[in-house]
Design a protein around this ligand. Structure first.
Ligand SMILES: [Zn+2]
Length: 167
């Protein structure tokens, strides 16, 4: 049992194990291009808009080229990245304004609470798009068809819909 796990894990790295198999290497995927497209909510493969049919809902597949995007595992990484970025913008500004002008607490509240909210809401889809496209470019999770994590569209998408459709 241990041997099967080891050989299964080692299989993608050592293609020389199968001499008769002539597997063509997958086409390279540009990370900077994928990040740029993700920041604009565009498909990592073709650059067409429409990755988010709703605010943070990633489309299962690109309407233009059919690239499967449901393989992403963004999970809580986009909120984490958003908090990181917004914190590094708002906190220094807050300290700077306090040092320069020492305004009353009400002014701080009126400035930083709306700014934080607006920045978070604006950056969330941008960073989520970048993270989804980064996973695509690095062939993480099911984005690599040869991966054990690959799930066909039917298995990944229809099962929850069938369950939800049942009365
Ligand atoms: Zn596409």
């Amino acid at each position: 049992m241990n041997m099967t796990v080891t050989s299964r894990l080692a299989a993608p790295a050592s293609s020389s194990d199968a001499p008769g198999k002539t597997a063509t290497p997958p086409a390279p995927r540009s990370v900077p291009q994928a990040l740029l497209r993700g920041a604009m909510g565009c498909c990592p493969a073709c650059g067409a808009r429409g990755m988010f049919p709703r605010y943070l809902k990633v489309t299962p597949a690109c309407a233009q080229c059919g690239e499967e995007l449901y393989h992403h595992r963004a999970d809580d990484a986009p909120p984490y990245a958003t908090i990181l970025v917004v914190g590094h913008v708002v906190v220094p500004l807050m300290v700077l304004v306090e040092e320069l002008f020492s305004p009353p607490l009400g002014v701080h509240m009126a400035l930083w609470l709306p700014l934080t909210l607006v920045l978070c809401l604006a950056l969330l889809p941008l960073l989520k798009g970048m993270l989804v496209n980064l996973q695509w470019a690095l062939r993480m999770h099911g984005f690599d068809p040869a991966s054990v994590e690959y799930e066909p569209m039917a298995a990944a998408e229809s099962a929850p819909q069938k369950a939800a459709a049942r009365p």
